[in-house]
Write a protein that binds this ligand. Structure first.
Ligand code: SF4
Ligand code: SF4
Ligand code: SF4
Length: 416
């Protein structure tokens, strides 16, 4: 089997095909700390792409309450269990020379140790129908006392971690660099676009074998019963291309991103090297948050697909749980988020100020506006400015750390 470089694991890994990378890759950062589970993103996708007959149980974008929620039900616990069974006690990260490396088996490597038909290239499972029935099951159900049913912790809560906790995990297809769906398809119906890395299923070639549904560890390929063909998130490619009539030729963020009420989503395109790593591009806000500020982490990197969705982890959740979900960078990401540099604080203001894709930004220093302490630490806050630019270098908008105050005129004092 060919070897490919997986930077998220800090090692090479087996993948059924040679690595092939787009010029720019569709990627996104979700700030979990800001999601309010309003499901506006979920409905924005549903009302655009999956409102037709046969798509009733198809939620390309979903928001689930962790630790118990999931769509399909228990998708992550199930694949983690399969990996553990295939490689017992060895699914671990090790620190060598100051850098973590995943030394366990990915879903492409663990398959060799299981008795499955020869056609199976990826370790996975096919969810049963009932697992797709309740997209928002266990909403707002917290984790309480370990091992106790219906018993929550009665002690007061404070950071760094809460004893009674839950959080909202917003999910779409990760448009992976090593897609498991693509690797598993015997008809070669799934492809990754060279211009933006969006992963699509050719609806003419697909025959509904559901190998992709079985293989995708995130369960983001979904079978449609009335057409007997599988569908998935299309990355709203007409918007990303700028060919959607609404976009007027300028690349736009996807529907689920643009609709986000919590302003927790940012999507863009990052430049790629020819070994699957990200090309250094400090002025791209996604590159900055993932590689410079180290505040956003991939979802279950140990699966091995090199997902292009990154998350700023929730501050209040026990670290052991978060490390299983986002890898060993969790402590550093939360520390960096809670004590942001001036530049990171400015970049965080870029979220959802515009529906256009931000290709680069500039940061300008401003005057000090606050001096004090937060959580016992001395803090100075400056009214810095961040300027966002589009694909051709045109300024999209500029914004400051301090929000302007608008006073409602007396004429409208009693209206909303
Ligand atoms: S998340 Fe799943 S469906 Fe999407 S590209 Fe990755 S493997 Fe394929
Ligand atoms: S990117 Fe577009 S198609 Fe994909 S989940 Fe979001 S709205 Fe749906
Ligand atoms: S629209 Fe934004 S805030 Fe609302 S559920 Fe979706 S990701 Fe969370």
């Amino acid at each position: 089997m060919p070897k490919v470089k997986n930077w998220q694991l800090n090692r090479e890994m087996d993948y059924p095909y040679e690595g092939a990378y787009p010029d720019r890759q569709f990627a996104f950062v979700f700030n979990i700390n800001r999601c309010i589970a309003c499901q506006t993103c979920t409905m924005a996708c549903k009302s655009t792409w999956t409102f037709s007959k046969g798509q009733e149980q198809m939620w390309w974008a979903n928001v689930e309450t962790k630790p118990y929620g999931g769509y399909p039900q228990f998708w992550d616990a199930k694949i983690l269990k399969l990996l553990e069974e295939a490689n017992p006690g060895k699914q671990n990260w090790r620190k060598r020379n100051g850098k973590y490396r995943f030394e366990g088996k990915t879903i492409f490597e663990a398959i060799k140790r299981r008795l499955l038909p020869n056609s199976s290239r990826v370790l996975g499972y096919l969810p049963e129908d009932h697992e797709w029935n309740s997209p928002n099951i266990y909403e707002d159900n917290p984790q309480g006392k370990l091992g106790k049913v219906n018993e929550l912790d009665k002690e007061g809560v404070e950071l760094p971690t809460h004893k009674t906790w839950f959080f909202y995990l917003a999910r779409i297809c990760n448009h992976c660099s090593y897609p498991a769906c693509l690797a598993a398809c015997p008809r070669e119906a799934i492809y990754k676009r060279p211009e933006d890395g969006i992963v699509l299923i050719d609806q003419e070639k697909c025959r509904g074998y559901r190998k992709c549904v079985e293989a995708c560890p995130y369960k983001k390929a979904m079978y449609r019963g009335n057409t007997r063909i599988t569908e998935k998130c299309v990355g709203c490619y007409p918007r990303v291309e700028g060919t959607d009539p609404e976009s007027e030729g300028i690349p736009m963020e996807t529907r689920c991103m643009a609709a986000c009420i919590g302003q927790m989503r940012m999507q863009g395109l990052v430049k790629m090297n020819n070994d699957g790593t990200w090309m250094k591009d400090r002025s791209n806000p996604l590159y900055y948050m993932v590689h410079e500020a180290k505040v956003a982490l991939p979802l279950y990197p140990q699966f091995g697909t090199s997902p292009n969705g990154f998350y700023i982890p929730p501050r209040w959740v026990p670290r052991k749980y978060l490390k299983q979900m986002f890898g060993p960078g969790v402590d550093q990401a939360i520390e960096n988020y809670m004590n942001p540099s001036r530049e990171l604080l400015a970049v965080l203001q870029l979220f959802r100020r515009s529906n256009r894709i931000i290709f680069s930004y500039e940061f300008e220093k401003g005057p000090k506006i606050y001096e004090g302490t937060i959580r016992g630490k001395a803090v100075n806050i400056y009214n810095d400015t961040v300027i966002a630019y589009g694909k051709d270098g045109t300024e999209l908008f500029r914004t400051t750390i301090e929000e302007p105050i608008y006073e409602r005129s007396r004429k409208y004092a009693n209206s909303i």
